[in-house]
Design a protein around this ligand. Structure first.
Ligand SMILES: [Zn+2]
Length: 341
């Protein structure tokens, strides 16, 4: 089946401001970029609807969901929101349509899961809030969309689901959600001594690979060949949830890993061959040039498009228009504006 890209216009404009690492255009820029390359046929782009309160309560606590719903109410005690639910902190600031956006994230995560059940790979670009907790926000994540995708597959009767997380941060919220469920194998490759500083050892349901600063393509290929692919082949998943790991690429302003776009894409494609049902999400990535180029090249590979050696002017103009508060203009590498790989 042909791959589908799932998003929603609400994710196409950033909500964060100032020096927040997510005050960057990523998903909207990717959509524009794919259109500039004629890589997003209308029949391969889909939008889902928002999850209702009952759906959110399948994972999140009632007090937390109510706090998310009321976060923009002027009468609510902001100190309680911050201290009890981590809503309104520096990491997790409140923005005007917070509840609408978080419930659309969950609704689209379930929509992506359902589309993938038709035995296809679905690229749900805005997804990947792997730190979200049942009772609080954490690490820029208000809900936990991977949990909802995986739970939808479990509800539909799948028995072996692998969660593979190449994001530079440990997928702590997802691992903890399924720690007692042998139907879900969690695999996370993440930078050592990097927040949230968890995921240091394997557990009965999780394989954790903390890797040092500077971890590069050679290290990734060795880890894949010796550990990750054999473990996946042994587990024999029916469905895969994959975090694309744009913040594990060389040049991320928050993280210290040093992967190249072709090597990371190669790893993702190797993993995705292990099951006919798959959801891939964008996840972290605070260098918008890397995120857009990595996601675009991954989508091209899923489609079978060849990657051009140089970009047409309309696509270059989108990369040239990007800005990031954590990356001074002088540090923008020339290839970030001219090449995909
Ligand atoms: Zn991350």
């Amino acid at each position: 089946m042909t791959p589908i890209l799932v998003s929603h216009p609400i994710f196409h404009t950033p909500r964060h401001t100032g020096r927040h690492p997510l005050a960057i255009r990523r998903v909207g820029a990717l959509i524009d970029f794919l259109k500039a390359l004629a890589w997003l046929p209308p029949d391969q782009y889909r939008e889902g609807t928002a999850a209702d309160r009952e759906t959110l309560l399948a994972f999140h606590d009632v007090a937390y969901v109510d706090a998310l719903m009321r976060a923009n109410n002027p009468d609510i005690d902001q100190k309680v929101l911050r201290e009890h639910f981590k809503i309104g902190t520096l990491d997790n600031p409140i923005y005007p349509d917070l509840f609408e956006r978080t419930s659309l994230l969950v609704g689209n995560a379930i929509f992506a899961a359902e589309l993938a059940l038709q035995k296809r790979h679905v690229f749900f670009v805005p997804g990947g809030t792997h730190h979200g907790r049942p009772d609080r926000a954490s690490g820029f994540c208000f809900t936990n969309d991977p949990v909802f995708t995986i739970r939808h597959w479990l509800d539909k009767g799948l028995q072996r689901i692998a969660y593979i997380d190449f994001d530079a941060h440990h997928g702590d919220g997802v691992e903890d959600a399924f720690t007692a469920d042998p139907r879900v194998l969690c695999v996370s490759v993440h930078e050592k001594k990097r927040w949230p500083n968890s995921g240091l050892t394997h557990t009965p349901t999780a394989l954790n690979f903390p890797v040092p600063k500077g971890f590069d393509d050679t290290g990734l290929n060795a880890l894949l060949a010796h550990d990750i692919l054999p473990a996946l082949d042994h587990f024999s998943p029916e469905a895969l949830f994959v975090m694309s790991g744009a913040d594990a690429l060389h040049g991320d302003p928050l993280c210290g890993l040093a992967l190249s776009i072709p090597a990371l894409r190669g790893a993702l494609l190797e993993v995705l061959q292990r099951a006919p049902i798959g959801v891939i999400v964008g996840g972290g990535g605070y260098n918008p040039w890397n995120a857009v180029r990595h996601w675009a090249a991954l989508w091209a590979a899923l489609q079978g498009y060849s990657i051009p050696t140089s970009l047409p002017p309309a696509a270059r103009a989108i990369l040239e228009g990007l800005e990031a508060p954590r990356i001074p203009k002088a540090r923008i590498a020339p290839e970030w504006l001219t090449r995909l790989d």
